[in-house]
Structures are given as C-alpha cells and as structure tokens.
Design a protein around this ligand. Structure first.
Ligand SMILES: O=P(O)(O)OC[C@H]1O[C@H](O[C@H]2O[C@H](CO)[C@@H](O)[C@H](O)[C@H]2O)[C@H](O)[C@@H](O)[C@@H]1O
Length: 250
C-alpha cells in the first residue's frame, strides 16, 4: 500500500512568472480528491509555500500539508504542529532586512511566510548574485536559518526543517504509517524528501532534468497527473483483487 507525497509548484501546477500568477487547472482538486480516496487518505503535499496558500488554491480540500519547507505541518487529522515563535520572528526580521535590496529593483519579490522567507528574482535574473549576498548578510544575525536555492528564488528556512524531515514525520502517523512512500518533486528543495522516501523503502520521482537522488524520473506536470491516476487505479485493483490462495480448510 502506498503513501503518496507531492510537491506543489512545478509538480502539481506549472511554474509561472510570479507566485500569484500560477494557473490551477480546473479539475486538479477533483484529481486530488480521487487520489485521497485511492490511497485511503495517505496523500500529502510537501511545499515551500505556506499551508494557507495550498488551502486557497485547492479549496475546498484541506489536505495534510507540510508548508514553508516543513516549518509548518498539518497532520492528516487536521491538527497543526506548533511553529516556534522565535522562528516566525526570525523569518519576519530576515524579510525586513531584505527590503533595502527590494527597493532598488521593483522586479525583485520578497515572499514572507510563517517560518521562511523567499526572495524571487525570476523577473530580474541579473539580480541573482545581489540576492545571494543580501540573504547571506541577513542570515548573519539569524544563524538558526539556512539558505536553500530554488527555481529563480533563494529561500531562508529554519535549520532542521526540510521536506525529508516532514515526510518522515508523516510516515510515523496514521494513515501513512506502514505504507510505502512515494515522493514526486521537481526542485532542489525536494532532494531531502527523495532521499527520505527511498531510505524508508519507497521511491523518489524527479520531474524533469537535473542531478538528483531520486531513482525515477517523470517528464512533466501532465505525466504527474497520469501517474497519480495510474497508481490510484493499481491501488484499487489491489484492494479488489480476489485472493490468489484461498483457505481450503473449510
Ligand atoms: O515546494 P514547492 O511547492 O515547489 O514550492 C517552491 C516555491 O514555489 C513558489 O515559487 C516557485 O513558483 C513560482 C510560481 O510558479 C515561481 O514564480 C517562482 O519562480 C518559483 O520559485 C513559491 O512562491 C515559493 O514560496 C515556494 O517555496
């Protein structure tokens, strides 16, 4: 039996110019609702976004989600893992100190989240180095944070929190415990979860090209939808299958 974990941006939805410009295809919530059913609710999203963002885009679903790269986590029973107030305040302070650079270029975008901060340079690629320098400087006062590069973005997330740790935490709880984990993702921040899934006897599936620890690859977002459907169908077939060996004692 499978426990299925997916990334959000670049995996369930295509990458867009800005975080708010993504197109959530009609039918995505129905697909995920079907996956919840197929995998007996052992389906969760592990994302760099805040949980509130995922709820907004996938409304009315309220999935198990690890948000802000694991700094936030909502379990399958709907309860939230507490985020340390010091982490939230640290992220706020980092976001504040990035303002000076953001003011120099309107195409730079700061995304302040509960527990993490992203600085996007997709619309100002020439600013990549300046963003790295500003982030490194901001983190000098906040050693409890570390930098993680993503797709045209540099993020600060608290040390000790990542998608791999989040996947492991879910795997200790119902309805995930005892299942085989699959994690599908497209980005460098997904590597911890590929490794975690594989160390727990499952598989990591990397969308697209690039170096990866994942043992399998998939081409694009459309293939992710097809894979979820296919695995869901297999899960059903497995449940519905007549036993191959029957008890002949009676
Ligand atoms: O872990 P994910 O679900 O993949 O989230 C990673 C980051 O995704 C978002 O940024 C990325 O997607 C944007 C929309 O397509 C794109 O404009 C940006 O360049 C990408 O880096 C999100 O805004 C971040 O908070 C997530 O951490």
């Amino acid at each position: 039996m499978l426990a299925v974990f997916t990334d959000f941006d670049g995996t369930l939805v295509e990458i867009a110019e800005t975080p708010d410009a993504i197109d959530v295809p009609s039918g995505l919530t129905e697909r995920i609702d079907r996956a919840l059913h197929d995998f007996d609710h052992a389906f969760a999203v592990l994302t760099g976004r805040e949980i509130a963002d995922i709820d907004r885009y996938l409304s009315p679903l309220q999935l198990p989600v690890a948000g802000a790269h694991g700094a936030q986590r909502r379990r399958a029973d709907g309860t939230l893992e507490e985020v340390d107030q010091a982490i939230i305040e640290g992220a706020d302070a980092i976001a504040q100190s990035l303002q000076a650079l953001a003011m120099t270029n309107p195409d730079l975008l700061i995304e302040a989240k509960d527990g993490a901060v992203a600085m996007h340079f997709r619309q100002a690629p020439e600013m990549e180095e300046a963003v790295h320098l500003a982030m490194q400087e901001a983190l000098l006062d906040h050693p409890q944070f570390t930098l993680v590069p993503g797709k045209m973005v540099l993020e600060a997330r608290p040390v000790g929190f990542d998608k791999g740790a989040a996947l492991r935490a879910f795997m200790q709880e119902e309805p995930f415990a005892g299942r085989t984990p699959i994690f599908i993702g497209d980005d460098r921040t997904d590597e911890d979860a590929f490794r975690a899934a594989q160390e727990l006897g499952g598989v990591g599936i990397k969308l697209g090209s690039g170096e990866t620890a994942a043992r399998m690859r998939i081409a694009n977002v459309a293939s992710v939808y097809a894979l979820l459907e296919g695995l869901g169908g297999l899960a059903h077939r497995h449940q519905d299958a007549a036993p191959i060996v029957t008890d002949t004692a009676h």
